[in-house]
Ligand binder design. Sequence first.
Ligand code: UP5
Ligand code: MG
Length: 196
Amino acid sequence: LSRTTPPVVFFLGGPGSGKGTCSQRVSAENPDFVYFSVGSLLRAEKQSGSELGKAISGLIDRGVIVPPEMSMAVMRRALEAHAHHSAVLIDGFPRSLQQDDGWVESFGLPALVVVLDSSEECMRLRLSERSRTSGRADDKVSVLDKRFEQYATETRPVEQRYAALEGGRLLLTVNAMQDKESVYQDVKNGLIHKGI
Ligand code: UP5
Ligand code: MG
């Protein structure tokens, strides 16, 4: 992947805001768009039992953001196989200003940053529902507080950075408390508007 490769779209928003649900649907309806969940890539690395996976495991299970070099390593590997797609959708990244710096330095600015905006109450409700079947170690109530704290202190500043950059041209904020269909339509219209 280089600066000349397909437009990149980041999907940000709090835990349970619907990043995965919405970005996977965009990808499913546009097979030419490749989809990556950095969280899923990290969970897969953990399952693999590799040295890196062991290091990651202790962090994600506690809701802590992994060091940027670890997330960049799993993502770089995944991206290299998909450089021919017409757009790259990245779910749940960058998680911090430091990660964003690392990305922009290597690959340049994203074409669009979609922020799924939701109240914490709404997100908690969805996650407690999902926790019954997700099997995710970090869906435990005890870990949720940490995830919300990391979102507020580490990830919100990334959203604010893009809100301020180029007069907010790179940011698309969507009301994520609507039903799934409406959220999807708003995102889709935003992508079309951007020519993606
Ligand atoms: N749902 C979704 N949309 C809905 C709607 N509009 N109306 C009603 N229900 C809706 O959705 C959550 C639930 O809500 C689902 O049951 C869904 O059906 C329903 P989902 O699409 O799963 O939300 P999402 O935002 O993807 O929530 P997720 O829990 O995946 O968000 P997180 O940001 O917490 O998790 P992620 O997998 O991205 O990261 C996990 C961990 O990995 C992090 O905590 C961190 O430790 C690590 N990580 C890093 O260290 N670095 C990274 O760069 C990325 C991750
Ligand atoms: Mg997700």
